[in-house]
Design a protein around this ligand. Structure first.
Ligand code: PGA
Length: 240
């Protein structure tokens, strides 16, 4: 594991540089992307590197970790919209290079199988960006999710619904289900960049990186990944 501890801004910049270098080495890189507050600053750095002419996304393909079930793509809380607003609208990635699971597909089970196939058909994810939930979830893989899981329909836990309510008008509006890459899908990525910021993530970062490897802490599986890069700010690193 490569562990970087610094200010939140340092983490954003260092993480973005890792991605820029990945794309320099392989212009048709397949990126796995994450939503949430954590990667926003890193995405802003990517946009700046693009504006400065340091990187082009014209051959890059992306697969997002997850998407809510049952809210329209255009809804301001959809992960599709999040990605447009925080990254895609400001870089040169072609629209047909962008993939998120379709939470409005008529057959959600089929959509999950198709998503796995689309990832495999692209050659697989070269670099996956991850945040971490307070309960250790990665993507929407909540505690107890088998390590062998692939993209599937998941029920969100109460703690995740509460944590995500801040983006909605109220808690009742948070969807109860999502489509999420599985733990196995994530672990198949060639390289993983895990980001965590803030004192409220200190406990779970310690458990995930130094505790027992168990489905009860989904992110603990990352200890088994051969190419894991972790970027934590000082507050999130306090218990390491
Ligand atoms: P956050 O979410 O970046 O908004 O803290 C992380 C996650 O739940 O995976």
């Amino acid at each position: 594991m490569h562990l970087f501890i610094g200010t939140a801004e340092d983490c954003d910049k260092k993480g973005a540089l890792e991605i820029v270098n990945q794309i320099k080495n392989k212009p048709d890189t397949v990126l796995g992307l994450a939503t949430g507050s954590t990667p926003i600053g890193m995405y802003q750095n990517l946009v700046q590197f693009y504006r400065d002419g340091k990187v082009s996304f014209s051959q890059v393909r992306t697969f997002n970790l997850d998407e809510y079930v049952g809210i329209p793509r255009e809804h301001p809380c959809s992960y599709y919209d999040f990605m447009q607003e925080n990254l895609f609208k400001d870089i040169d990635i072609p629209a047909d290079h962008i993939s998120l699971p379709d939470g409005n597909a008529p057959d959600l089970k089929q959509e999950c199988a198709d998503y796995e196939e689309r990832i495999a058909g692209s050659g697989g994810i070269d670099l996956q960006v991850l945040g971490i939930g307070h309960n250790g979830h990665i993507g929407f893989n909540e505690p107890g999710t088998p390590f062998e899981s692939v993209t599937q329909l998941v029920n969100l836990t109460q703690s995740t619904i509460q944590a995500n309510a801040r983006f909605f008008e109220n808690q009742d509006q948070v969807p109860r289900q999502a489509l999420s890459m599985g733990i196995k899908t994530i672990m198949q990525a060639g390289k993983i960049l895990l980001f965590a910021k803030g004192a409220d993530k200190a406990d779970i970062i310690q458990k995930a990186l130094q505790g027992p490897i168990t489905p009860e802490v989904p992110a603990s599986v990352l200890q088994l990944h051969p190419n894991l890069y972790v970027f934590v700010d000082h507050a999130a690193a306090a218990k390491l």
